[in-house]
Design a binder for this molecule. Structure first.
Ligand SMILES: [Zn+2]
Length: 138
């Protein structure tokens, strides 16, 4: 089932990110100069200013750092309320905000191991694969 979502940010760097998601891969930029793994998408490295930022696949594994449940309708009825948002510390380091897949606020705990899934969504630019996180299988 396709879920309606708010419009993504598109453009240089972002288009490449979403194209990799469409292929089932989560890829983040890594600075060719200082090797810092970057997130969110940047036009220049926030550590050294480098602009050569090739995308590198990450494992899709991480741990839950924080979470919250939104009850305010920020998107004029587009999202069903309440909806949960989680902050995942990827195994490679960057913090990644996403939605939980298959679990809710009651299941959340600091350090909960999670793994990447993709959810088929749609915005005004078309269908896309949204990275979300499920609990890691034991
Ligand atoms: Zn850099």
């Amino acid at each position: 089932m396709t879920e309606k979502r708010p419009d993504r940010t598109l453009g240089p760097g972002h288009d490449e990110f979403w194209a990799w998601c469409a292929q089932g891969e989560l890829r983040l930029q890594r600075c060719a100069d200082c090797h810092k793994l970057l997130w969110p998408v940047m036009v220049a490295c926030d550590a050294c200013g480098g602009t050569e930022l090739p995308c590198e696949q990450v494992s899709g594994r991480g741990k839950l750092v924080s979470w919250c449940s939104f009850v305010q309708d920020y998107y004029r009825g587009l999202l069903r309320l309440p909806y949960d948002t989680i902050l995942v510390e990827l195994a490679e380091g960057p913090l990644f905000m996403a939605n939980p897949d298959g679990f809710g606020e009651a299941d959340c705990a600091r350090g909960l191991p999670v793994e990447l899934r993709f959810l088929t969504c749609e915005d005004s630019a078309g269908t896309f694969a949204l990275p979300v996180f499920a609990r890691q299988a034991a």
